[in-house]
Structure formats: C-alpha cells, structure tokens
Ligand binder design. Structure first.
Ligand code: ZN
Length: 319
C-alpha cells in the first residue's frame, strides 16, 4: 500500500512588491494615437514619479484571501472606485507589469519622465475586478445552494445552450422582467435607455456539447460550476502560473508553482478555494473573508471582531 502523497500548500512561491512612495492616477499619459480606447486609454495607475524603494510581499502567505478583497472593489469610473483601486495598489502593488512606456511615447509638453515607467489603465483594472467579482459571487451562491439567485444569472436559450449574465442583480432583474433579447453572440438586442446592460455569455461553444445532456433544466448548480471552471481557466491561461524547479537549502530540487503576476496569483488563490484545498469563511461581524484552512471548523469571527460582537451583545442584553 502506498502512502498518499501530500503536496503542502506552500508549493507556491511568489513574491511581489509595492512602491513605498505609493501610486497615483495619471490622466495626461497619451499612448500611441492608434490606441485610444480600452486598455490604452487614460487614466493610468503609475508609481509616483521620483526615486522610489519597494517593499516585498508574499501574498500566498500573508493574505491567501487577497482575491476576495479585489473582487469586492467597487467598479465605476467615479472617485469611489479610483480611491479604492489606488488604496489596494498602495498596499499590494500593481496587478502586473502593465504597459511599459518611455518618453518617446508621451506627448511632449504634457509630462516628461526621465525613466521608463509602468502603468495600468483604469479600464484594465475595472474589467479584471468585474470578472472576479461576478465569478466569485456565483461561487458563493453555489456554496449557499442559492438556486433562486443562480437562476437569475444562468438561463437556457432557445437553441438549448446556456447563457450566464455578468451584471448587477438589480439590472438583471429589470431585464428579466422586461424581456431582454440577446442574439446568438450574446449582444443585447433590447434598447432600454438609461440602464446598464448586463453582459450575456454563452456557456458552451457548441450547443450539442455532451455535458448538456447531463444538465436538467431546473438545475443551476452544475451550470454554475461550469461557469466558474470556464472563467478561472480562461484567466489562468491569460495570466499563467508556471511550474518551476527550485532548490531548497539542502540542494534538493523541488516543484513549485510560480504566478507570473499579482493578478495570476489572485486567480490561483480563487482556484485553490474552488478545489477546496484552501478554505475561506466570511467573518460574521465585519464581513471580510478570512483564510480558515488551519482554523477550527467552528470559526466565526476574527478574534478582534469576536470581542466587538460580544461587547455589542452584552450591551444589548443590559439595556
Ligand atoms: Zn471580522
């Protein structure tokens, strides 16, 4: 009989860094005129100009639940989002290397940089947060076995495919009650002015996919699992985590998984939670997610939050 081989959770190896001076939004950077939309449009999040030092972080060790904070960032082009993204970046660093630009790519007279710098557009941040936010809540509804909410974001199409929706629930509600129409490519055909149109996506490329035979029309759990699988796989192929041989102190070669960026690291954290090897729980008091992999299954509060909760309860009882 063989012993089961256990891969310890520290099979990951990842160090990232943030600039001690912090970051700022720059509205003046102009990238080549050919690109004026999406990832190439202003504002960009950049390191504050000047000489800077960095602090190293090890997100898998210090905050294995970091992706939950990222998924909860607000997504808008208003001050609230800009501040929250800036705050996140000041603590954890940029999502990835971003666009690297030098002086030659910046309009003279607007701003000059003496060194090459990195920048990530607001657009890129928002699309990444949006994707993780939507996938993470589907995972949460799946854990809660909340089929009534899942039924709002997962629907069967006339050609026996399954669509899923990324959008705010209120918007999806409006659209389901007004009979929103999508074409076969997921483009919205209904014109409802003033509403943010939820995006619709096809779950499978081919409606005759074998898997569809297994799914019953009132089952939202299996499609939800497929949505999560699809989104995480897609992002891990874009932002990879690579196997790498590294040597330990005894000169033994060992296997490690090394994310290519902070973004890859966070998708991999989500991946670990979905497979159950990493366990997270939401604190009853503050609502933040906590890594509880090595904690008792009865964990309910951060220790500080537990104290607050007890004091609050005591006060209510003695009123
Ligand atoms: Zn708490």
């Amino acid at each position: 009989m063989y012993d089961e081989i256990e891969i310890p959770l520290d099979y990951t190896n990842f160090t990232w860094r943030y600039a001690d001076n912090g970051y700022e939004w720059d509205y003046n950077i102009k990238v080549d005129e050919m690109f004026h939309e999406g990832n190439y449009s202003s504002p960009f999040l950049i390191i504050k100009p000047g000489i800077t030092s960095y602090t190293s972080t090890t997100p898998f060790k210090s905050s294995p639940e970091l992706f939950t904070l990222f998924a909860e960032l607000p997504v808008g082009d208003d001050d609230e989002s800009l501040k929250a993204i800036l705050n996140f970046t000041n603590q954890h660093g940029l999502l990835n290397a971003g666009l690297t630009m030098d002086n030659s790519q910046i309009d003279n007279g607007i701003r000059t940089y003496s060194t090459i710098f990195q920048g990530i557009s607001l657009h890129f941040y928002l699309t990444q947060i949006w994707e993780m936010k939507n996938a993470f809540r589907i995972w949460n509804w799946l854990q809660e076995k909340n089929s009534s909410t899942l039924s709002k974001v997962i629907r069967w199409t006339n050609d026996d495919n399954i669509q899923y929706f990324f959008g705010e629930l209120e918007d999806i509600d409006i659209f389901s009650s007004t009979g929103i129409q999508y074409d076969s490519n997921g483009n919205c055909l209904t014109d409802l002015k003033g509403c943010i149109i939820p995006r619709s996506y096809k779950l499978f490329d081919k409606p005759q996919h074998n898997v569809l035979k297994k799914i019953k029309k009132d089952d939202y759990f299996l499609p939800a699992k497929f949505v999560i699988q699809k989104i995480i796989n897609k992002n891990l192929s874009k932002y990879p985590v690579k196997p790498l041989l590294l040597m330990d102190n005894n000169e033994t070669l060992k296997q490690f998984f090394v994310p290519s960026s902070l973004l890859a690291c966070m998708w991999f954290q989500f991946f670990q939670v979905v497979t159950g090897e990493r366990k997270i729980k939401q604190c009853f008091y503050c609502g933040k997610w906590e890594n509880v992999t090595d904690k008792y299954s009865s964990w309910k509060y951060h220790s500080r939050c537990g104290n607050y909760a007890r004091v609050k309860k005591y006060r209510e009882q003695t009123k």
